[in-house]
Design a binder for this molecule. Structure first.
Ligand code: SAH
Length: 260
């Protein structure tokens, strides 16, 4: 399969189409009508320059998708970490978010989303519904919301699910749906997905994720490799079956089952 992460076409932003299910939307007050309204003007303007420098470093580091770079430039990462860590928010580093979990490095978030956008169906139709496993503080869900029509983000730790809801509320992202649950089972109510992205790494890819992947869509997830090292795995579902690529070594928190 092609390793080119570049989408041939920028994903579109159709109107919000709510889908049923036991999901909680972080904000209900005002409907977003276009991608431009996803991140309200005035949010994090003080950090704009430092965030744009982060975007420049992402581009210099190999991120080619303009859509991804634009999304990374829109989301105020410093609002997703403790105020004591806010000064480090635009460095390329993972940071603690509580309950022994971490927010991924910006370069890893951008890389994984770029890989997701490289799916054949995305090139043709834009990025439709996306499932994120591991909401954490909600940062990656916010980035995804700029690129996908709907984002279903599932978290197993109640404390972080609630924290993400608080962090996301001011952004009024009407296309982000937060779910408290065991992401190892996926979230069939939102599927089939145009993309599945996991922020936690297990020993193997849960079967449910493959079942919930649409044809032409990609799954991007860290998993354990034969040598015990964690690697980034990209699986694209084609009409003929699943095509897998093993990419670079990564370091993610463990994928665990059950809700806590
Ligand atoms: N995308 C997040 C990164 C969070 S770290 C962010 O932007 O902040 C990964 C998260 O995956 C952790 O919060 C962890 O609790 C969660 N996780 C691990 N196993 C899970 C599972 N089976 N279902 C849902 N979430 C899971």
């Amino acid at each position: 399969m092609s390793q080119s992460p570049l989408p041939r076409k920028r994903p579109g932003f159709p109107a919000d189409v709510p889908i049923g299910g036991s999901v909680s939307s972080p904000a209900r007050a005002r409907p977003a009508t276009s991608a431009q309204h996803h991140v309200p003007v005035g949010w994090g303007l003080d950090s704009d320059a430092v965030r744009q420098r982060m975007v420049q470093r992402l581009a210099a580091g190999g991120i080619q998708s303009q859509a991804v770079l634009t999304a990374m430039g829109q989301v105020p990462r410093h609002h997703f970490v403790d105020s004591a860590l806010a000064s480090q928010a635009y460095e390329d580093t993972s940071l603690p978010i509580g309950l022994q979990q971490t927010i991924s490095k910006p370069s890893v978030v951008a890389r994984m989303i770029e890989l997701l956008l490289g799916a054949s169906a995305v090139a043709e139709q834009g990025l439709g519904r996306v499932l994120e496993i591991g909401t954490g503080c909600g940062y990656q869900a916010a980035v995804l919301s700029c690129l996908a029509r709907q984002v279903y983000s599932i978290e197993r730790l109640r404390g972080l699910h609630e924290k993400a809801r608080v962090n996301l509320r001011p952004l009024r992202l009407m296309n982000v749906h937060l779910i408290l649950g065991d992401g190892m089972k996926g979230y069939p109510q939102g599927g089939p997905y145009a993309g599945i992205i996991s922020a936690a790494g297990g020993q193997s890819i849960p079967h449910a994720w493959l079942e919930q992947l649409a044809i032409g869509a990609r799954l991007v997830a860290p998993t354990e490799h034969t040598n015990g090292q964690q690697v980034l795995r990209v699986i694209e579902r084609t009409a003929q079956g699943f095509v897998e690529d093993i990419l670079e070594a990564v370091h993610f928190v463990p994928l665990k089952s059950g809700v806590a």
